[in-house]
Design a protein around this ligand. Sequence first.
Ligand code: SAH
Ligand code: SF4
Length: 323
Amino acid sequence: MNLKNLNKIIEKQPAFRKKQIEKLIYQDLIEDWETTTNLPLKLREALKNKTSLKINAKTFTGKNTEKALITLSDNCQIETVLMKHETRVTVCVSSQVGCALGCKFCATGKLGFKRNLETEEILEQVLFFKRREKIANIVFMGMGEPFLNYNHVLNAIKILNSKNAFNISKRRISISTVGILENIEKLGNEEKQINLAISLHAPNNKLRTKLMPISKKYPLENVLKTANKYVKKTNRKIMFEYILLNNINDSLEHAKELSKIMNHPLYIVNLIKYNDTKEFKASSKEKTKEFKDYLKKRSINVTERYRFGKDISAGCGELCLKK
Ligand code: SAH
Ligand code: SF4
């Protein structure tokens, strides 16, 4: 698919035409300009020649999950995952090709960074699945760090939200970040409805820096200060993601440290089972329960993330173009 030229072609068109074209792509879900009959011929030819609507994707089907490996117009590849909960469908989208941040537990981190995705390439991922399913939620939890591609991610969200295009409410869109502080602040100032998740994974900066090198640049203390400002300003919850790694961050001592920094009515700790990327071991069921119970007893809001996509390498942190 290649929609980069779309804006150039429609920029001189009247507003109603732009709306019409947006609707054709994102609501009528046309896959070929030939099938449109109500566009002026010259415009249709220009669209046909410059803006292909074909999405080049290979899909892998698992239990409750589908993964699409999408090849972009420059042959870069990204992965997008569809998750089917009982009553609703969530799409997990990538924001970059690879990732520069090299978190030790993450397969995408091992790939290194290729490039940021364009707005249209983010939309292409959602469109791919929208052509098959009705989509309820979007999470920016695929490959890459969304807040290092802030403008394209936010532009994509505008179109995901647009009544004329995807019509998905901002409250059903979540961004997960390692904590790029200036952009957490920016989001709190300009887009209060989008859900924010912060990847925490350790209760102190020493351990966090070992697992997530970016914690050197943005120390945990500063992440917490910025999070606090964000909730004060927006009155929105923040989800803190915490992967439980056996004998690394899962002791009751860690739980105690964590309970001190997560003691806020608007903070939710989301415990995540580690998907094996060969670096660590997942914490046992018993240890996970102990850890969770410890937090609960101290009145910390805590949930466990339901696992998706294990059978097709589409789980969190497993996206690395395995074929
Ligand atoms: N770069 C952003 C968003 C993409 S990662 C971020 O890191 O927040 C999406 C989620 O997958 C994050 O919470 C991340 O910590 C988690 N994740 C990464 N590797 C994982 C693994 N091996 N097992 C389970 N979750 C993992
Ligand atoms: Fe990048 Fe997120 Fe993976 Fe860390 S966990 S390497 S930030 S994608």
